[in-house]
Design a protein around this ligand. Structure first.
Ligand code: UT7
Length: 330
């Protein structure tokens, strides 16, 4: 039996750091408001000459080095993103394929907003288990700084740029290691209008002289997404625990999507799970959408917070609306 496992994981954030105080100089906000309402202290913004595919490729190269594999050995590249280099096509994954020189790889993007990495991990795991692929890169990568309206304090303070890449491979040993055991993936399209980037698709194409340029930015009904998110996080964790016979004590870490510390605290409270079980790093990166979970998981691994055999759960939620999680036995 082939088991799918996370062979290595890495992240890349751009060098430029933007603090809450920096933002308060260009909009009507404050460090105090942002920290108390979200938990965010700073975020990274990409440089002028870089794009999503650049940071995605950088994260992937570090993961490949950690995993000890060459570009030729990559069979498939999945980029999970809501802020692709291009709207529609070509897929950012194709640009990453070129930047890595992964000449034996297929490539496509997954569009599941902030839940993208969770969906990508499950997709890759099943490709691996089919026996047709040996090494797959799953990359959550976002450049949200280019699609936020810097004149809208309701959204501008929430997001950052970054990328996280997992190398998912096949393990034919009898011993399990960092194995992707199962996932819970859901969508609720009735929330179409709660979180979206309205402009550019066939529903709302660009019409010169008519289109309001602001429609190319992220629109969010914060309260609606907040309420959905608390339920989605709670529901996902409880579903994964039930399906896999996990108790709270048997879970070492939950790696949640980092959108707002208050969402994580409310979900922890609702599910009666101690907040210490949740790995939280939103203060340093803000919401990097599909990249928050792989960035957080990399930190958990690099800091030796989890050991072989520990149970971990990822949980994401976002535009679509989408939500879900992965159960990984490290
Ligand atoms: O990845 C998934 C996508 N995103 C999310 O999950 C975000 C989900 N939603 C949230 O995290 C929260 O709803 C927000 C952080 C977006 C907003 O927090 P809130 O506590 O729900 O604030 P609010 O929208 O109710 O606004 C409260 C006040 C308002 O002022 P008034 O009308 O009471 O005078 C806002 O205008 O705070 C004001 N406000 C701000 N003030 C200073 C909103 N944004 C800011 C700001 N700085 N940046």
């Amino acid at each position: 039996m082939i088991r799918a496992y996370i062979k290595s994981i890495a992240y890349c954030v751009p060098d430029k750091i933007v603090t809450n105080d920096d933002l308060s100089k260009i909009m009507d906000t404050s460090d105090e408001w942002i920290i108390s309402h979200t938990g965010i202290k700073k975020r990274h913004f990409i440089g002028e000459n870089e794009n999503n595919s650049d940071i995605a490729a950088k994260a992937a190269k570090i993961a490949m080095k950690k995993g000890g594999i060459t570009a030729d050995e990559i069979d498939f590249i999945i980029v999970c993103t809501g802020s692709a280099d291009y709207l529609g096509f070509p897929a950012t994954a194709c640009l990453v394929q070129e930047k890595l020189g992964a000449k034996n790889a297929g490539a496509y993007d997954i569009s599941a907003a902030c839940t993208g990495f969770v969906f990508g991990v499950e997709t890759a795991a099943n490709f691996i288990k089919s026996g047709n692929y040996k090494n797959i890169l799953v990359i959550g990568s976002e450049v949200l700084s280019r699609i936020i309206d810097m004149s809208d304090r309701n959204t501008a303070v929430l997001f950052g740029d970054g990328a996280g890449a997992a190398l998912i491979s096949g393990n034919e040993d009898s011993e399990s290691k960092s194995e992707i055991i199962s996932s819970y993936l859901r969508a609720d399209g009735s929330g179409e209008n709660a979180l979206k980037r309205p402009l550019g698709g066939t529903a709302h194409p660009f019409i010169p002289g008519v289109t309001d340029p602001k429609e190319c930015f992220i629109y969010m009904n914060g309260r609606q997404v907040y309420n959905f998110a608390v339920k989605a996080v709670t529901n996902t964790i409880l579903q994964i625990m039930e399906k896999n016979n996990l108790t709270i004590d048997s879970i070492k870490y939950i790696i949640p999507h980092q959108a707002n510390i208050r969402i994580i605290e409310a979900a922890a409270n609702r599910a009666s799970i101690p907040i210490e079980k949740f790995y939280i790093n939103i203060e340093n990166y803000a919401n990097t959408s599909a990249a928050t979970i792989p960035i957080a998981l990399t930190e958990v691994v690099d800091k030796n917070l989890i050991q072989r055999g520990d149970n971990i759960i990822t949980v994401g939620f976002g535009g679509g609306l989408t939500y879900g999680g992965n159960y990984i036995k490290w």
